[in-house]
Write a new protein. Structure first.
Length: 332
């Protein structure tokens, strides 16, 4: 790792009381010898990421956090050829006042083997709301209430629009894309058509803010998002040099998610396969001088027991099919 980045990482770890347990390595062999999958978090940058490729079993290194001192597009490009990489933090984020808290949250979640919760990242000083939505048609009214909340709490217009766009994209994915991917709907449904979820499997929306941070978080009951699909759509967008080119050539294929990553200070994605997908988006309320800080983190758990969904027109009496997604007929 470059000396400037190494110094910053050590400072941040020292703030968390972890400096005494850090080891600096300069070769793939040293990396393999020092790593322990349960106890070690490996920090790499663009100069040391190639070392990981030289390790015989890269998954034995444990969690890897890559530090990126280049634009977001570069960070995204690191993901597709490296399926073991799930955490990227920009150098600008390490120098941001949010860095100590952010790294502490990330490291704690990495160490939590049993059902980690992204809401634990918010801390006790966040003021906000948490709502369960069972109908897709209710999301517009809730977004208006969310907008009023952020305006009342002094969130600036630009940040507010980014939060609203993120919430709208995540809720739309939760009600329309996730059920199809999970097999709960046979085919895609127009966004103008209402979708109803059972009460016990409602979509969970949370939003809030404090002096330095605003967040929105959405959790759906399907767990159908895969790392491969997420990286695919982000990579396709990142390959475009200018946002206007993405708008013209891509249509809506992944553009909404790309905009979330492009505007957020951090994005955390937690998926328990076939159980739930949870996405937390944080945006700092005060812009810092210099490059925009960013970070993204993927937590994918493929070992969850599958939840079976019954289609609205499925007459099966199998007792385990106790969840249904309903396409609500329009009133005449």
């Amino acid at each position: 790792m470059s000396e400037p980045l190494l110094r910053i990482v050590r400072q941040r770890l020292a703030s968390s009381g972890l400096a005494a347990r850090t080891t600096y390595v300069t070769s793939a062999r040293e990396l393999a010898d020092a790593a322990h999958p349960r106890k070690t978090v490996v920090f790499l940058d663009r100069t040391t990421i190639p070392l990981a490729a030289e390790v015989a079993d890269v998954t034995a290194l444990g969690p890897v956090i890559a530090i990126c001192d280049e634009p977001l597009q570069t960070a995204i490009s690191w993901l597709q050829p490296r399926p073991w990489l799930s955490h990227v933090v920009s150098a600008a984020m390490l120098e941001h006042p949010l860095a100590d808290e952010h790294l502490e949250n990330v490291l704690r979640t990495m160490a939590t083997a049993n059902k980690p919760r992204l809401l634990d990242w918010l801390g006790p000083t966040i003021t906000g709301r948490r709502i369960r939505l069972t109908h897709a048609s209710s999301r517009g009214a809730r977004l208006e209430k969310m907008t009023d909340f952020f305006e009342h709490n002094g969130v600036g217009a630009r940040t507010l629009q980014q939060l609203r766009d993120a919430a709208e994209e995540l809720l739309t994915n939760a009600f329309y894309d996730a059920p199809v991917a999970a097999g709960a709907l046979k085919q895609p449904v127009p966004r103008t058509q209402d979708i109803a979820l059972p009460d016990e499997s409602a979509c969970d929306l949370a939003y809030g803010c404090r002096d330095d941070l605003a967040i929105v978080r959405v959790r759906d009951p399907f767990g159908s998002l895969s790392r491969r699909r997420l990286v695919e759509v982000l990579s396709r967008c990142a390959r475009s040099d200018m946002q206007v080119e993405v708008d013209e050539t891509m249509g809506g294929a992944g553009l909404g998610m790309w905009r979330i990553f492009s505007g957020a200070s951090f994005v955390s994605v937690l998926v328990a396969k076939n159980r739930h997908t949870e996405v937390l988006v944080g945006i700092t309320k005060r812009a810092a001088a210099g490059p925009r800080p960013f970070a993204f983190h993927f937590f994918f758990n493929d070992s969850e027991k599958r939840r079976f969904w019954r289609l609205a027109d499925d007459e099966s009496s199998r007792p385990e099919l106790n969840h249904s997604v309903t396409i609500v007929s329009r009133s005449k």
